[in-house]
Design a protein around this ligand. Structure first.
Ligand SMILES: Nc1ncnc2c1ncn2[C@@H]1O[C@H](COP(=O)(O)OP(=O)(O)O)[C@@H](O)[C@H]1O
Ligand SMILES: [Mg+2]
Length: 230
């Protein structure tokens, strides 16, 4: 894959740079990043395309470490927050509702309980897998994004329409894990706004009849899983 110098960087993550080039976005992974994880990310995107949660298609290139994507024209929600926008959590809550109401049937996406069993240590597995199974049996499972924050939502117009990106972590799980995962991320990066986040999502959690103790248990599990990402 050769670029002609007109490309420009539009995003930087821990494992990849994202550039804009000739009307498309390209995700350029570090050479050390396992190619099979990139294949997994592509299959995840295909699953969310099929579920109607994103129109952004991923395409192969001649380089296994470069993925071509439809370009989302707009700004990440985080930029809007820096510019003074105060409705970001309402958008986040709306994104959760949209994702959790999508039909998870006939899509190829792993369940959280399966992948957690691979990630966790033997001791953690013993204590946490039964919790995941209990919560998965108690609440209706759906697609969960599991990395929902202001850098993974792009605002595409001045009416605050948005596109959700970065579905690598998405799993089939009960929605409580999505709310819990965002709690863990905010605790790490923006602790001061955590109470506000929780006040915005509480009505939706109540509608789902999610008990506070189940939310607390899911936070514990998401915290343990998060430690393995580092
Ligand atoms: N299809 C796209 N169109 C436009 N910008 C994108 C696109 N995909 C990613 N980006 C930009 O690149 C950043 C990092 O991409 P992302 O897929 O979230 O990777 P990471 O897994 O490293 O967080 C995003 O926050 C966004 O700014
Ligand atoms: Mg991201």
């Amino acid at each position: 894959m050769i670029f002609d110098g007109t490309e420009k960087i539009i995003g930087r993550g821990a494992q990849a740079d994202v550039i804009e080039y000739q009307g498309y976005a390209y995700k350029i992974y570090k050479p050390s990043y396992p190619a099979e994880w990139i294949e997994f990310e592509k299959s995840q995107q295909e699953a969310v395309n099929r579920a109607g949660l994103s129109d952004v298609k991923y395409y192969d290139t001649d380089d296994l470490h470069i993925v071509k994507m439809d370009l989302v024209v707009g700004d990440v929600l985080e930029k809007k927050v820096r510019e003074g926008f105060t409705g970001a959590f309402d958008i986040l809550a709306d994104a959760f509702r949209k994702i959790h109401s999508a039909d998870p049937v006939r899509i190829n996406m792993p369940r959280l309980s399966e992948t957690a069993a691979i990630t966790l240590s033997p001791e953690e597995k013993e204590s946490l897998l039964p919790s995941i199974d209990r919560l998965s049996a108690k609440y209706k499972e759906c697609i969960c994004h599991l990395d929902m924050h202001f850098l993974n939502i792009m605002i595409t117009d001045d009416k605050y329409n948005y596109t959700i990106i970065d579905w690598m972590n998405a799993r089939i799980a009960p929605p409580v894990f999505d709310y819990a995962r965002t709690h863990v991320i905010l605790e790490e990066f923006a602790k001061d706004i955590l109470p506000y986040y929780e006040s915005v999502i509480t009505p939706d959690m109540n509608k789902l009849e999610l008990l506070p103790e189940d939310y607390a248990e899911a936070i514990k599990i998401c915290y343990a899983l998060r430690q393995h990402e580092k």
